[in-house]
Design a protein around this ligand. Structure first.
Ligand code: PLP
Length: 398
């Protein structure tokens, strides 16, 4: 008799985004013809730049030619892309062998699957609030020793080093949802902690390319010693508009060691996991990824990132002028807005929708410490961003 994985019962119901859609739909039914601007979801909106389109087309074209056609590729990824990524890190002073870089179809699956390398008994520390995948994947794996690291205004939205012994620490910087970035000093302290306690850091750097402040680390490997204690998960989604195209990578350094492993073992284990359970990213998409990493591609992608960051500036300036306390939006595409008059996240969600016709994301959906905040995304067309800010300025009754 088959039995279910009962850990599924331990997940919080995923009503959150459906509840946002439901409330938005109800408003639209009650107010036909009124335009609602959605700044809730972190989905990219601008078209891919010409060099990247050319790369993708090149991938398609190769498939039409018998001498260039490729079927299954290496599960770890096209060696040209792995080498280009190693070069990309090298320009930042970080040296990797391509065999330490694994191409994936996006950061989300890697964020969910990486925990499979570690013991069921691992004590896991997760930021609160944060991107929900880290928590749910550990719950489904049956881990029950999960510690939440409170992230609030008091600690600049990044936790101090844990007091108790932790085995796995998830750090997301730039952070979704708070838009905060971890300082070099704080990240060095986390690395020192991990080295001392033989803990492993899972560093989600999916938004690293939005960092403009040169003092802020874009990669955990900028911190001395991180190769022995950190995995880095990365994505082409926000960096190059690949949210629908799907491409990411993870770095599992050969120097990485857990309490009971030897150097190279975790790299081999991830290699085994990927070759067994993943059949490689699309060859067309990997051609697109190569184009993103070309000099021209980088320039064009940076222009789009600047466009989103200009959106962030418009939102931040507009809301700050109204007296809102707004975090993030400087080195990240998300703005973390404190609700006025101690309103709950959902109360303010309704108010913003009903009065200003703008959809945001209630902060509480990312963890209990997100209560009293909402997340506003700067992904969107400029005219919508301007309309949203004007709508808030004109119609929101504070
Ligand atoms: C922090 C963070 N990591 C990972 C992802 C997922 O990235 P991908 O599209 O590469 O799966 C997201 C997507 O929103 C994210 O916010």
């Amino acid at each position: 008799m088959a039995k279910i994985n009962t850990h599924y019962k331990k997940l919080k119901p995923s009503y959150f985004f459906s509840e946002m859609s439901k409330r938005t739909r109800e408003f639209q039914i009650k107010n036909p013809g009124i335009e609602v601007i959605k700044l809730g979801i972190g989905n990219t909106t601008e078209p891919l730049p010409p060099t990247v389109i050319k790369g993708l087309k090149n991938g398609v074209k190769k498939l039409s030619n018998a001498s260039k056609y490729t079927g299954y590729g290496d599960e770890q990824g096209d060696i040209r892309l792995r080498t280009a990524l190693a070069e990309w890190y090298k320009k930042r002073g970080i040296v990797f062998d391509p065999s330490e870089i694994f191409i994936s179809d996006g950061a989300k699956p890697d964020c969910a699957n990486i925990q499979s390398l570690f013991s069921k008994n691992a004590v896991v520390a997760i930021q609160n609030p944060v991107y929900p995948v880290y928590l749910d994947s550990n719950i489904l794996a049956g881990r029950n020793k999960i510690i939440f690291m409170s992230c609030s205004e008091k600690n600049d939205f990044f936790p101090d080093v844990p007091k108790q012994k932790i085995d796995l620490i998830y750090i997301c910087s730039p952070n979704n949802p708070t838009g905060a970035v971890i300082s070099r000093k704080k990240l060095s302290q986390v690395v020192d902690y991990a080295k001392k306690h033989k803990a492993i850091i899972i560093f989600d750097a999916a938004y690293s390319e939005f960092i403009s402040d040169s003092d802020i680390p874009k990669s955990i490997y900028e911190i001395h010693g991180a190769k022995t204690c950190a995995v880095e998960i990365q994505s082409f989604s926000k960096f190059a508009g690949f949210t629908g195209v799907r491409l990411g990578w993870s770095v599992v350094p050969k120097q990485l060691v857990a309490e009971d492993s030897i150097p190279g073992q975790l790299n081999q284990m991830w290699n085994r996991r990927q070759t067994t359970m993943f059949n490689g990213a699309s060859n067309i998409v990997q051609e697109g990824g190569l184009a993103v990493l070309s000099e021209k591609g980088q320039k064009e992608c940076r222009k789009i990132i600047s466009y989103y960051m200009e959106n962030a500036k418009i939102i931040k300036t507009g809301l700050t002028k109204l007296g809102f306390i707004v975090f993030g939006g400087v080195n990240a595409p998300y703005l973390w807005v404190k609700t006025p008059n101690k309103m709950s996240s959902w109360e303010f969600f309704d108010k913003l929708l009903e009065e200003a016709r703008v959809v945001c994301t209630p902060g509480v959906g990312f963890g209990s410490e997100g209560e009293g905040y909402v997340r506003i995304s700067s992904f969107g067309h400029r005219e919508n961003i301007i309309k949203a800010v004007e709508g808030i300025q004109k119609n929101l009754k504070i």
